[in-house]
Design a protein around this ligand. Structure first.
Ligand SMILES: [Ca+2]
Length: 382
């Protein structure tokens, strides 16, 4: 190739000094040296494997995954599907449905790929020899929703925690030193939650998340070094328990109490003793790696819904696997609040209403509670 360029270049020189094909003898020698070196280097890599239509199933064979709303597309490199005797696709060791696309790509519908971390396995047989290619694919649902109701929320409340009792009454905890309290609401009419009682925190107490654990109402405090426990029915203060971590969010699945502390961990805690014991700490990841700033928590349908601090996102977490399986982008609600009052703070507060399968959300100093219905049918992880 270089020799041809050289001679064409010399020829072109006579015709047109500015031809792009022109190459001086010095330049020619330079490229010739590179070309010879490349040939020697290539020969050191050993024989080129048996070629078929320009592709090989050599050690570089691989596949890549791209996704859209309906499923995954697998594209192959250094691999010719037509050159195999047979092949299968498995997702987490289970046969997966797929179809071939005309350009020798494969399509796997999302039904075959559960949310969370998946191993996609492509097993093939060629010339009587079996081989496999594996890839990890992290499937995170983008969960859409619709707002089914809005209710006024007092803008003075720096919301930290929100829950529904089994009677359907709403409880909110608020923060800031000197302003922290727990508010008990009754639903009055179709469009209003009215505060009917409250517990006011004292001194330096900075209220955070709340949860109901049996007959107790548990209130986290931010950096006070203890949590407060009240009788759920009488609302009388029962005791304080020493807690070494920062209090952010708390929820209860009926057996396990989970807390967050602003890090990427969710802790399982025990409050039956004379101080809070951390039983287990679970580090949470999503498709990009470890996450941070887990805030208010809510347990629903086997999953933890977590506000991510300083974002308008709620992450849906499978606590047993420590994985984010879905994300709810609530930035349109945050934007709406911002347009009404630009002094609002972040989205915070999630309460699940099991009787309607809806979620009530608000934010620090927001003007409204928003009741939303998810458009994704979340299945409790097995
Ligand atoms: Ca909550």
């Amino acid at each position: 190739m270089l020799f041809i360029s050289f001679f064409l270049g010399r020829f072109a020189y006579r015709k047109n000094r500015h031809s792009p094909l022109f190459m001086s003898f010095k330049t020619f020698c330079y490229f010739l040296a590179i070309f010879v070196s490349a040939c020697v280097f290539a020969s050191c890599k050993g024989p080129i494997p048996d070629d078929h239509e320009g592709t090989t199933e050599g050690p570089e064979a691989d596949f890549y995954i791209s996704s859209n709303d309906s499923g995954l597309t697998l594209s192959f490199s250094n691999f010719n599907i037509a050159n195999t005797d047979s092949f299968t696709i498995q997702v987490n060791k289970q046969p997966a449905a797929f179809r071939m696309l005309p350009d020798k790509l494969m399509f796997i519908p999302h039904d075959s790929v559960p949310p969370g971390r998946n191993i996609i396995n492509f097993a093939y047989r060629k010339n009587g020899v079996n081989d496999t290619l594996n890839k990890v694919y992290f499937h995170v649902l983008n969960i859409s929703y619709k707002v089914v109701n809005t209710y006024p929320h007092n803008r003075n409340y720096f919301t930290q925690g929100l829950l529904f009792t089994e009677n359907g009454d709403l409880v909110e905890s608020t923060g800031l030193t000197g302003q922290s309290r727990i508010l008990f609401y009754r639903k009055t009419g179709a469009k209003t939650f009215k505060p009917v009682d409250s517990i006011v925190n004292q001194g330096q107490e900075f209220g955070e998340g709340i949860a109901i654990v049996g007959h107790q109402l548990v209130q986290l405090l931010w950096q006070n070094g203890y949590i407060r426990i009240y009788d759920k029915s009488t609302r009388k203060h029962l005791r304080n328990l020493e807690y070494a971590r920062e209090g952010w969010g708390i929820c209860n699945d009926g057996n396990i109490i989970y807390t967050s502390d602003g890090s990427g961990y969710i802790h399982q805690i025990d409050i039956s003793g004379d101080k809070v014991n951390i039983l287990k700490s679970i580090q949470i990841s999503d498709e990009n790696g470890l996450i941070q700033h887990i805030n208010e928590l809510e347990f629903a349908n086997g999953l933890i819904f977590a506000n991510i601090w300083q974002t308008a996102m709620v992450y849906v977490i499978d606590p047993r696997a420590g994985l984010v399986i879905g994300k709810i982008d609530l930035s349109s609600l945050a934007m709406k609040e911002m347009q009404m009052n630009n002094t609002i703070d972040v989205l915070n507060g999630i309460a699940y209403n099991p009787s309607k399968n809806t979620y009530l959300l608000t934010g620090k100093n927001w003007g409204f509670f928003y009741e939303i219905q998810l458009e994704e049918n979340l299945v409790t992880p097995q």
